[in-house]
Design a protein around this ligand. Structure first.
Ligand code: AMP
Ligand code: MG
Length: 494
């Protein structure tokens, strides 16, 4: 492959790290690539020309041509998968095209996912199937629109080749943009080899790239641990507030930048159930909805272990400092949870009975198998209409079961000097109307893969860009699934 035009102004930094941090590898060309989708808004954010890429981007997004200055590396990492340590994983089907500085001067990775085998592919083919590519596109863009830190979708192409999964499926390549692809597992890789020199280089790299404020600290590596813990705690609490289940919170799927990464069998709750698990491979429910804050803490403990040599020269003191950060996480998570819920329930102040009020609502939701998203939207509407018997409350079934709770909530709201209309507006800004519902995502994927019809995918994608407005022209996007439409199992699809 010879370098051609220069659509990206690459400024590659990871490549300057020692050679054992990655493997140089070129994408494997594909037969007949076609553009499925290009994210023009994101192009603008990255200061790359959307029109040029719409016309000429396919060779780059398919790996058939190398853009000038491409890095073409696969990063090495390790990770705890379902609690078990795997000493070497790495990008088995992802190749870093390069890094660019975006409009705000932030460094962003552009990575091809499904671009062919790498030295880390193990038994995998290095490819991606169309379904999971469309899924990651929809889910990651939906998360972004919800205001939740996430990797982004820049482009998707079909390859014209088939990949073997359960059966033969169409191949595709996803172009992902991330603040970086450094994972907790990247640290674990060097830690497992007791390679403190590399670990320190990695920690310094991450500090410079993501947490430069640590440089001003007397203990920069402790500060790094604190900052990563804070961002992960906040991230997971944001997930919980919209009913998102990541599904595979292995340490190799946790980015130290604090972005949601590696969308596999993830899903959004329809009916509320804190024990919900969608992923077909999560048999023990390790990554169940309500377990996510605990798992974030577990993962951060693994991260902390890798930093111990740099926290203090005395091992006991290093351990004490690390433990202090990790044990603080649940308290921080609880603060975020309560702040988030106050906003969801339309409260601007704090009162001692709030926790019980919120728990009461969730208990009712669970008992009545009410839809998580629509229940909060019903409350938004009821907030504007202050009649106790507001029509919107008919959503709950049976409505009488919610009566005592509604009275409590109303009297709590009345103690705040906020106009009901104003409260409803504020609530609608944090309680989405549209989430990427599993059955809608599945419908978009099957229309594309079974009949080559991408219009269902595009319509859903466009609707997900404005999650806080109920779309007039696409009411089905808001509705909860009918019993026969419910999707209760999701798959990695790798
Ligand atoms: P994931 O479950 O997608 O987070 O991936 C776990 C590990 O398996 C990572 O090292 C991936 O790069 C690798 N992997 C997943 N799918 C493939 C594939 N089709 N070919 C090669 N490696 C893969
Ligand atoms: Mg992964």
């Amino acid at each position: 492959m010879s370098p051609t035009k220069a659509p990206f102004s690459f400024d590659n930094s990871y490549q300057k790290l020692p050679g054992h941090f990655y493997a140089g590898v070129s994408p494997t060309p594909v037969r007949e690539p076609r553009l499925i989708q290009l994210n023009k808004d994101l192009c603008k954010e990255l200061e790359i020309d959307p029109e040029f890429l719409a016309e000429n981007g396919v060779p780059f997004f398919s790996g058939n041509e190398a853009p000038q200055g491409a890095a073409h590396i696969a990063q090495v990492y390790a990770g705890h998968q379902f609690g078990n340590f795997v000493p070497q994983l790495g990008d088995g089907r992802a190749i870093l095209l390069g890094e660019v500085l975006d409009r705000h001067g932030l460094r962003r990775d552009i990575q091809l996912k499904g671009a062919g085998p790498t030295p880390f592919s193990r038994r995998g083919d290095g490819r991606a199937a169309l379904g999971p590519v469309l899924r990651e596109y929809l889910l990651s863009e939906a998360m972004h629109a919800l205001g939740i830190p996430t990797t982004r979708a820049l482009a998707a192409v079909s390859t014209g080749e088939s990949v073997q999964r359960e059966g033969a499926e169409q191949g595709a390549i996803f172009t992902r943009v991330a603040a970086s692809h450094v994972r907790v597992g990247t640290f674990e890789y060097f830690s497992a080899r007791e390679d403190e020199v590399s670990l320190k280089q990695l920690a310094d790299y991450v500090i410079h790239r993501h947490y430069p404020e640590c440089l001003a600290s007397e203990r920069p590596y402790l500060k790094l641990l604190e900052r990563v813990a804070e961002r992960q705690t906040l991230l997971v609490s944001r997930w919980m507030q919209v009913g998102f289940i990541h599904g595979v919170m292995n340490t190799d799927n946790m980015a130290v930048s604090g972005e949601t990464i590696d969308y596999g069998p993830c899903a959004f709750l329809d009916h509320y159930n804190p024990d919900m698990v969608f992923s077909a491979i999560d048999r023990g429910g390790r990554y169940a909805f309500s377990n996510q804050p605990r798992i974030a803490q577990w993962n951060l403990a693994r991260f902390a272990e890798t930093l111990l040599p740099f926290l203090d020269p005395a091992p006991e003191e290093a351990l004490r400092l690390a433990m202090e950060v990790i044990t603080k996480m649940p308290e921080q998570a609880e603060e975020h949870r309560m702040a988030g819920l106050r906003a969801k329930f339309g409260l601007a102040t704090t009162a001692p009975e709030d926790a019980a009020l919120f728990e009461g609502f969730f208990k009712l939701l669970q008992e009545s198998e009410a839809d998580f998203t629509l229940s909060f939207r019903a409350l938004c509407a009821a907030a504007a209409n202050t009649q106790s018997e507001a029509a919107e409350l008919q959503f709950f079934s049976p409505p009488e079961a919610f009566d005592p709770w509604v009275k409590q909530w109303r009297s709590r709201c009345e103690r705040e000097p906020i106009h009901p209309a104003e409260r409803a507006v504020a609530m609608r800004q944090v309680n989405p109307a549209v989430i990427p519902r599993n059955h809608r995502v599945a419908e978009a994927i099957s229309a594309a893969s079974q009949s080559g019809d991408f219009s269902v995918f595009e319509r859903l994608l466009n609707t997900l860009k404005r999650p806080f407005e109920a779309p007039r022209d696409f009411p089905e996007a808001v509705a909860q699934p009918l019993p026969h439409e419910r999707v209760l199992r999701t798959f990695c699809g790798t």
